[in-house]
Design a binder for this molecule. Structure first.
Ligand code: ATP
Ligand code: MG
Length: 429
């Protein structure tokens, strides 16, 4: 019997690994531009670290952790807790009052595997420790946006504020009251957790829960003056850095440790696995883990989801159409085809040609491969007659065009319907 990898665990083989290398290299390059240092932590940690930081009443700690040794040891489900543990353990705050750290590596969560959701997955994780400055919040979001943008991935950035230990309890109370009246309509998880963790109900993905919370009170309207000021300053920073964002009062994130700013990079192209990256501020967490009283903020991006998006783009890139393939058959004909193709390109047509002047059959094959809408065939016979043949690849119709007026004729036939290099298969969106 053949032995296969475990469900939810994946090999990254040649052919795919190059994409991973590209993503990691891009991220590392941008981390360096933003003055971040790398840190690497072990994969195993004491279970207590995650229970204390992520929170007991969260999906991760309740049901997603790989634990063993009598549940005392856990394979890290995320990077922030481990990174802070290392930061505290090595007194990194003494070396530098503000630490800007990143790490890249595998995380483990026992969830139902799907496209973009694995049991071993990989994150790019960044954390800035030691400053409450709202500019850092904006700068981090801008850095995340820059990574995705340089990779050619389109996302939307959503953000919210979760307030602080002063204003959140007030909001929590208002939310509890609101939820209490609707408890019977909530999903099992939310009904059970609504008392201990009412905020989680706000971002439950269950459609009935979503409907129930539509009119829920907004945390943004319950912020204390300091949190409100911070929230506004973050938005001002994003505007200064020209980063597009929208506010989402439902975004609370699945981890308990967040304060003030939270944000997600969202894609429309991966179904339920919509979050490409997510993060936020956690001003009380370092102290809670036994470290100095320093604020912090960070985010993590899922590499698998980034890779999937890049692969989807590659497929559609393979689908791009070109306007015309210029097939010169024989030496003389390609002598004519060469500057003609250049002229057409200068006029805006997406044009391909074969410099080797191969056989008609071979050139038609190439034309098909690049999805050419038209093929212009210039052969010796045609040259003698002073004409070339234009073949419409879709309708299979052919027409003769006089060599003397080739480029003007071609432009008038093709240019009004130029593909613009667009995918052949048009999508509805
Ligand atoms: P989701 O809502 O999709 O479960 P999450 O809120 O649990 O995501 P985080 O804990 O914030 O995710 O992790 C940050 C990023 O890591 C996510 O935005 C996502 O890109 C990625 N990620 C999280 N869980 C998985 C997983 N099981 N497989 C692949 N990527 C994941
Ligand atoms: Mg999750």
């Amino acid at each position: 019997m053949k032995i296969k990898a475990l469900n939810g665990f994946k090999d990254i083989v040649p052919g795919e690994v190059e994409l991973w290398q590209k993503v990691e290299a891009t991220a590392r390059d941008i981390f360096a531009r933003f003055n971040f240092n790398e840190i690497r932590m072990p994969i195993l940690e004491k279970t207590e670290l995650f229970a204390r930081s992520i929170g007991e009443a969260t999906d991760i700690v309740e049901k997603e952790m790989y634990t063993f040794a009598d549940k005392q040891i856990t394979m890290r489900p995320e990077a922030t807790a481990s990174l802070l543990r290392a930061y505290i353990q090595h007194g990194l705050h003494v070396q530098k009052p503000i630490q800007r750290l990143f790490t890249i590596g595998p995380m483990f969560r026992h969830e139902r595997p799907q496209k973009g959701r694995l049991r071993q997955f990989h994150q790019l994780d960044v954390e800035v420790l030691g400053t409450p400055n709202p500019r850092v919040d904006a700068e981090l979001m801008a850095m995340g946006a820059m990574i995705l943008e340089e990779l050619g991935i389109t996302v939307s950035l959503e953000m919210n504020s979760l307030g602080c230990p002063i204003c959140r309890p007030v909001f929590r109370e208002a939310l509890l009251n609101f939820i209490d009246d609707r408890k019977d309509a909530l999903c099992e998880d939310c009904a059970r957790r609504s008392k201990t963790n009412p905020l989680r109900v706000l971002d439950c993905k269950n459609p009935t829960c979503r409907k129930q919370v539509e009119e829920a009170p907004s945390i943004q309207e319950h912020l204390c003056s300091e949190c409100d000021e911070h929230f506004n300053a973050v938005q001002g920073g994003l505007t200064q850095l020209n980063v597009q964002y929208s506010l989402n009062k439902f975004m609370v994130r699945g981890l308990d440790y967040y304060t003030r700013t939270t944000f997600e990079f969202i894609t429309k192209d991966l179904g339920a696995q919509a979050a490409v990256g997510a993060g936020g501020r956690y001003d009380g967490l370092v102290a809670k883990l036994g470290g100095p009283k320093v604020p912090g903020i960070g985010f993590a991006m899922g590499l698998e989801r980034i890779i999937l998006l890049l692969q989807q783009q590659e497929e559609s890139a393979d689908n791009t159409q070109i306007d015309i393939f210029v097939a010169g058959l024989g030496e003389k004909a390609s002598e004519l085809a060469f500057p003609l193709a250049h002229k057409l390109r200068g006029e805006g047509l997406f044009t391909a040609m074969d410099h080797e002047a191969r056989s008609l059959k071979s050139q038609m094959k190439q034309a098909n491969k690049v999805n050419a809408r038209y093929v212009l065939i210039i052969g010796d016979n045609e040259l003698e007659k002073g004409t070339a043949v234009l073949r419409n690849m879709e309708s299979q119709e052919q027409q003769e065009i006089a060599i003397t007026s080739l480029s003007t004729e071609l432009l008038s036939i093709i240019l009004p319907h130029s593909t613009g290099g667009n995918p052949a298969q048009t999508h509805d969106n």
